[in-house]
Ligand binder design. Structure first.
Ligand code: FAD
Length: 397
């Protein structure tokens, strides 16, 4: 909410209801009338609801509300790493296209980086009506300052009603900078997006550690900004016949750049991120000791995959948080997901149920994971996994 809080003096009875309601202690009674400390007021609106006399009103917010008609269309920010398009971009185009079609408006994609203009037509083929290209060597390495300048420039040029970015580590660092610059709201890490009849973006995301799913609406400010959780949406498919507009944009003057990258070091090696893995062997509380993950690692290596875990073993410190699958971890959609000693709690399923093929190994035949598995093995993982390793080694010999 933005604007100014005003006391309508004729209506204020000096009852003090707003004074006790204000969670920040910004209202006092002066000469029998409510007085607001503007520097302190967070414009939360709690006092307005508490005042039975209707003596408080929020100015400007209503004015900005009227300006919504200036904003139209959906804009998504393409993400690139080392001059290659990150797959989150295709997921953003998929959901962006759906929202734009429902609104009957355009989908614009912003492409930023060095030597990236060659990807613009591919983004049109994946659903964009228009691609704004910012191609410059100063934009080669992802950094908040220059990227924020460029995206703010794109928003001012396109005036989108909705602005979507990837819920990747970079997207999640950059989006708040842009939201603050545009003085608008931002919902991070959305798992569901839709629009209502008034064109409001209905943003769904887990809240309170995944205990509830919250629906968030940004009614008064535009653009409505959200980052979208990776691997939750489908990827937009290529339509070779699709046509659209590619526009080269000038880089904003005085591009800000307060950081200097001296050296880049990969923390997660190429192909090791669980979100990008095509094959995942995941372990849960059915494992007896942390070193037993070596067994799963051996199986994963033979299959050309990587290892992940349920939260129960991450909480024990057996696996890093970056390997946790589930509601409060990562969402994955590999071709093959082998769940070893994992019961199939809803919070775990939320992160992997859309995998192409799920294989479950569990000694409890009534474990919920079997309801989602294409193939299941009821038995001890300490017998079944070594047997799988043996067979794979024989095949590979
Ligand atoms: P368990 O449920 O204990 O299951 C272990 C399974 O191993 C059992 O089914 C058992 O039969 C089997 N087993 C035991 N020994 C063997 C053996 N030798 N061979 C074969 N099978 C064996 N969980 C997540 O995973 N990810 C999340 O992101 C997540 N977020 C959460 C968020 C919230 C707010 C809450 C409240 C919970 C969350 N959880 C999450 C926890 C979740 O509810 C479960 O507690 C957790 O997923 C259970 O992990 P598990 O399946 O490894 O363990």
């Amino acid at each position: 909410m933005a604007g100014t809080l005003r006391v309508i003096e004729e209506k204020c009875t000096g009852c003090g209801a707003c004074v006790s309601a204000c969670p920040y202690g910004c209202i006092t009674l002066v000469e029998g009338k409510a007085t607001i400390d503007e520097g302190c007021c967070q414009l939360c609106g709690v006092c307005i609801s508490a005042c039975t006399e209707g003596a408080l009103e929020l100015l400007e917010a209503a004015k900005e509300f009227e300006d919504k008609s200036k904003y139209k269309g959906v804009m998504v920010v393409a993400e690139q790493r080392r001059r290659k398009i990150h797959r989150i971009t295709y997921e953003l185009l998929w959901i962006g296209r759906k929202l734009a079609d429902k609104l009957g408006e355009e989908l614009t994609c912003v492409l930023i980086g060095k030597d990236v203009r060659k990807y613009a037509k591919g983004l049109v083929r994946r659903g964009a009506d228009k691609v704004l290209v910012y191609d410059d060597e100063r934009l080669e390495i992802l950094r908040e300052d220059p990227y924020a300048d460029v995206i703010v420039d794109a928003v001012k040029a396109g005036m989108p009603s909705i602005l979507l970015m990837g819920g990747t580590s970079f997207g999640r660092a950059l989006a708040p900078v842009i939201a603050a610059r545009l003085k608008t709201g931002l919902t991070a890490d959305c798992t569901g997006l839709d629009v209502d009849e008034e064109g409001n973006l209905i943003q769904t995301r887990p809240a309170y550690g995944g205990n509830i799913m919250a629906t968030i609406v940004c009614k008064e400010k535009r653009p409505q900004m959200a980052t979208v959780r990776y691997k939750v949406m489908k990827e937009a498919e290529e339509d070779p016949n699709r046509e659209g507009l590619v526009m080269e944009r000038n880089i904003p003057a005085n591009l800000r750049d307060r950081t200097r990258v001296l050296k880049e070091k990969r923390v997660i090696k190429e192909g090791q991120s669980i979100e990008d893995a095509e094959i995942i062997v995941a372990g849960g509380r059915g494992l007896r000791a942390p070193e037993d993950f070596k067994l799963l690692e051996e199986l994963a290596n033979l299959l050309g995959g990587t290892v992940a875990a349920s939260r129960s073993v991450v909480d024990k410190g057996w696996m890093p948080k970056s390997r946790q699958v589930g509601l409060s971890g990562k969402t994955v959609r590999p071709k093959l997901y082998i769940a070893c000693g994992i019961s199939g709690a809803v919070q775990h399923l939320a992160g992997m149920k859309d995998s192409e093929v799920i294989v479950a190994i569990n000694k409890d035949p009534s474990a919920r994971i079997f309801d989602y598995a294409r193939f299941g093995a009821v038995g001890d993982l300490y017998e079944i996994v070594p047997e799988m390793i043996k067979i794979l080694k024989e095949i590979k010999r």
